[in-house]
Design a binder for this molecule. Structure first.
Ligand SMILES: [Fe+2]
Ligand SMILES: [Fe+2]
Length: 267
């Protein structure tokens, strides 16, 4: 089996529609309104709440498939020198979790009134999992993107509670618990693998910051009522994020949200 499998060759059936990440970012339909007239926090009061929640759920669904594919690649792409066997065992456990999340997500999507392929799929998560350095995969995927998943799941969980939807609330809570574990794996292995190599740690954290900034979406993820996705400080702490790191993500998101013409990540 070949190593470093390209995103273009991932197996998908005819229901799926692939979009390029850069096209998604440039699509004028994904441009949000200027400051003061933004979509705002995901609450049942938002007139487009049902559509926005379904769109987000579809984004979660394709993210789960790619998280499964990315963790699977990390088990296979490296020898035991490059990635210790215990790290691969953690990634194998993650594959099992992501497979379960994929099944939960497709059923939850149906429950919410969407179906596979209603929205396009971009491959940014899997692309971050193609980094040739396993430590950068861990910071780009397990810490940055699964950290974002913590924020998304917590936001959706609270949305489910506010809607009085016990199915959405329960499913999101269940998956959130697993994502905290996945992010913690990223935090622990980053620390272990770079203990003697501060430069590699720095490079990995820089990669994480680039991914994090990209997915703060000019305020799409943040701490104010204007942000549809709320930064989940408590769960990030449980996943091995230091308060200073969370403060940096919040500050980057704030600085980015002050720019005009911010964009949504999915849709
Ligand atoms: Fe997941
Ligand atoms: Fe995960």
């Amino acid at each position: 089996m070949r190593k470093s499998f390209p995103a273009e060759d991932l197996a998908r059936d005819s229901r799926f529609r692939r979009a390029r990440t850069e096209d998604r970012f440039e699509d004028p339909r994904n441009q949000y309104l200027p400051a003061g007239r933004r979509a705002g926090k995901l609450t049942p009061e938002r007139p487009d709440a049902a559509h926005a929640a379904r769109q987000m759920m579809h984004g979660i669904f394709v993210g789960e498939i790619q998280a499964l594919e990315g963790a699977g690649r990390t088990v296979w792409d490296f020898d035991d020198e490059e990635a210790p066997f215990a790290l691969k065992l953690d990634m194998a456990r993650q594959c099992w979790d992501e497979a379960r999340h994929t099944e939960i997500s497709v059923k939850l999507g149906e429950w919410m009134g969407t179906e596979v392929g209603e929205f396009a799929e971009t491959a940014f998560l899997y692309q971050a999992a193609c980094n040739p350095d396993p430590v950068l995969r861990l910071t780009g995927v397990n810490r940055a993107l699964e950290g974002l998943a913590i924020d998304v799941f917590n936001t959706m969980r609270e949305f489910g509670q506010a809607c009085g939807d016990p199915v959405l609330d329960f499913c999101e809570d269940w998956m959130l618990a697993d994502e905290v574990t996945h992010v913690k794996m990223g935090s622990d292995w980053l620390r272990r693998l770079t203990e003697q190599d501060p430069e590699r740690r720095e490079r990995a954290l820089e990669f994480q910051r680039v991914v994090d900034k990209l997915f703060s979406f000019r305020g799409f993820r943040g701490e104010t009522d204007e942000s549809p996705i709320q930064l989940a400080r408590q769960f990030r702490r449980m996943a091995g994020f230091a308060d200073a790191e969370i403060d940096t993500i919040a500050a980057d998101a704030r600085a980015d949200s002050e720019q005009e013409g911010w964009k949504a990540p999915v849709g």
